[in-house]
Design a protein around this ligand. Structure first.
Ligand code: GTP
Ligand code: SPV
Ligand code: MN
Length: 593
């Protein structure tokens, strides 16, 4: 498909290592994709679902030991250890290549190697970047065809250039003891072995568009962030854009596709989704920060998605979707997951492939769940009813506000505004959130997750903070920076704030602040709304006192946080910018007053 010698030589080298029976180029045609779907159905890799109820949809189950990203086995392989930093796992490049070569050697014998040329961003556009993923998994091919722009036009756009990210993925034996997700930012290379799960193997996503891209962004003066992008349309037709960074499974897809509360819809407000997971941001000629979504689809969390929480996401999954690790309803040949509705299927197979007894299902006991808590859907962005008209605009959209947020049962208020870009960078750097099922390991443990990028910065976290500060100096009309928390709980552990579509009420305050149209109350951590400025019209069970409670800043618990932040900064190491230590000291002083 190409005469590009860099591409050909590299593929020859990888094929010599992995020894596939054949090599197949993915051209992006529907005929080829359809043939691959048929083959995957034949081998049992995918199950074809009810054509009437879920047209062109499929179900896939991963191995039971392979259901989430594996942060402990994810490595940044830079020549110098300091360049990867203390937050990343590090291996010397030569050592890593050698170690993984042993695992890759001969691993594709009896298998086909697929060559997927893909573009992150609109093919051929100024800000797009090209990758080629080699994989022995049809599931990966079919997901990449949804999540990225892939096929012949990409290889044509590459021409004879050497500027592409070289990705090698092999399922090998899906051996968790030998699972490695390794990045070589200095070589534009990613090697992933012994997994078949999304974030570990769809190399365009977290591996390229965040880890490698964040490294490139620092070198080239732009930013790659774990952010959704949405547009809020006012009754007069004007649209303002917000980007928001929340850790994995903390509400990006939901916020990006939200449906405004009824009273706002009646007034003419609308929300448009530009992206739900990743944003590439750069300074525009007008001095504003512009964002593009480099992806072409959504790899969204299934559990909790329903026609009330996120009707747009549900509609997105009604056709041409791949479901991973959800319940298979055998009576209807459809799918189900916890939180879809109150009618679990009676005759069903769970995510592990075993008969599932819905009568034993207990909401509080994860081990009785039919769908894995990190089960996902893969669907084209264009399936989404509220996809923005700017989704495929290579220039992107201008960002008015950057919003950070996490899952905090206590401490963080519903919303607060930072003082300026430096203080906002500090606010992002001290983010914390309870861990979720999106990554292997304990769930519900509070950990620091700066800018929701802890698992995704492809270099030293201290340098990443410095890059944020540096970017601020280069954006004359910088977005204002906020922090939100939809997840405060009462003493019984119930969420106090209704969340989902009602989060729009907070976004409107945020945008009003950006325009200087609303006052705020200064607290030691930043500016919070006056309780009466969060519109509670039509909200059941939420009073102005509820809002007051959600906005409280408890000095004691914040002082505990300060101590924990200081420990975290120490762990990040000596490249944490002095400005952030100044911010921390100033925060502590204000809290102690
Ligand atoms: P990744 O794809 O892992 O990066 O996650 P994400 O940030 O896109 O998370 P997503 O929107 O899929 O939400 C994950 C979980 O949080 C789902 O189970 C949602 O139902 C739940 N959730 C999302 N928004 C809210 C909210 O406003 N309030 C509450 N209580 N739960 C929410
Ligand atoms: C996340 O974990 O943040 C995801 C899913 O968006 S994955 O693609 O697996 O990383
Ligand atoms: Mn994500």
């Amino acid at each position: 498909m190409t005469n590009n010698m860099y591409v050909k030589n590299w593929i020859d080298e990888m094929a010599a290592l992995t020894q596939p029976d054949s090599i197949v180029w993915i051209d992006g045609s529907e005929e080829q994709a359809e043939a691959l779907r048929a083959e995957a159905v034949k081998t049992g890799e995918m199950i074809k679902l009810n054509e009437e109820k879920l047209p062109r949809c499929y179900l896939h189950r991963t191995a039971v030991n392979d259901v989430a990203r594996v942060e402990g086995r994810t490595f940044i392989c830079t020549t110098k250890k300091e360049d990867a930093g203390n937050i990343n796992n590090w291996m010397a490049p030569a050592e890593c290549y050698e170690k993984l070569s042993k695992l890759f050697r001969g691993s594709m014998k009896g298998r086909t190697m697929y060559v997927i040329p893909y573009s992150m961003g609109v093919v051929g556009s100024e800000f797009a970047k090209i990758g080629i993923e080699l994989t022995d998994s049809i599931y990966v091919v079919l997901n990449m065809l949804i999540m990225t722009r892939a096929g012949k036009e990409v290889i044509d756009a590459l021409g004879d250039s050497a500027d592409f990210v070289k990705g090698l993925h092999g399922k090998a034996d899906i051996d968790e003891e030998n699972r490695y997700i390794c990045h070589f930012p200095e070589d534009n290379t990613i090697w992933s072995v012994n997994s078949g799960y999304g974030g570990n193997v769809l190399l365009g996503k977290k591996c390229f568009a965040l880890r490698i891209a964040s490294y490139l962004g620092r070198k080239e003066g732009w930013m790659a962030e774990h952010m959704l992008i949405l547009g809020i349309q006012y009754p007069d037709g004007e649209i303002k854009y917000i980007s928001a960074a929340f850790p994995s499974a903390c509400g990006k897809t939901n916020l990006a596709m939200l449906i405004p509360p009824e009273f706002l819809q009646k007034k003419g407000y609308k929300v448009w989704c530009v992206g739900d997971d990743i944003a590439w941001l750069r300074v525009g000629a007008d001095g504003r920060l512009w964002a593009v979504n480099p992806e072409n689809g959504f790899f969204g969390v299934a559990p909790g998605t329903n026609d009330k929480s996120n009707p747009n996401a549900l509609a997105t999954t009604m056709h041409d979707t791949i479901f991973t690790n959800v319940v298979h309803d055998l009576d209807n040949n459809t799918v189900w997951w916890e939180g879809l509705n109150d009618n679990p299927p009676k005759n069903a197979i769970d995510w592990k492939g075993n008969p599932w007894d819905y009568t034993k299902y207990d909401k509080k006991d994860k081990s009785t769940c039919g769908a894995h808590p990190n089960s996902r859907f893969t669907a084209m962005a264009t399936n989404c009813p509220c996809i923005s008209s700017e989704f495929a605009n290579p220039a992107g959209v201008p960002i008015s506000a950057i919003v950070f947020g996490g899952r905090r049962a206590k401490t963080a208020p519903l919303v607060y505004q930072s003082k300026d870009w430096q203080n906002g960078t500090f606010v992002g750097s001290i983010m914390a959130s309870e861990t979720t099922a999106a990554a292997a390991g304990a769930v519900g443990v509070v950990r620091r997750d700066p800018m929701a990028m802890r698992p995704f910065v492809g270099y030293n976290m201290g340098d990443y903070f410095a890059h944020w500060l540096e970017m601020g100096k280069r954006i004359p009309n910088a977005p204002k920076i906020f922090n939100v928390n939809w997840f405060r709980t009462d003493d019984e552990g119930h969420f106090i704030w209704p969340g989902f579509g009602d989060n729009m009420r907070v976004l409107l305050w945020i945008l009003a602040r950006c325009e200087g149209k609303v006052d705020a109350v200064e607290t030691p951590i930043g500016f919070v709304p006056k309780a009466e400025d969060i519109d509670i019209e039509g909200l059941d069970g939420v009073t102005i006192d509820t809002i007051r409670e959600l906005l409280t800043v408890d000095k004691e618990s914040w002082l505990e946080d300060v101590a924990n932040i200081r420990e975290f900064y120490a762990m990040v190491g000596d490249r944490v910018p002095a400005e952030l230590y100044d911010e921390l000291a100033a925060l502590e002083a204000r809290l102690s007053k």
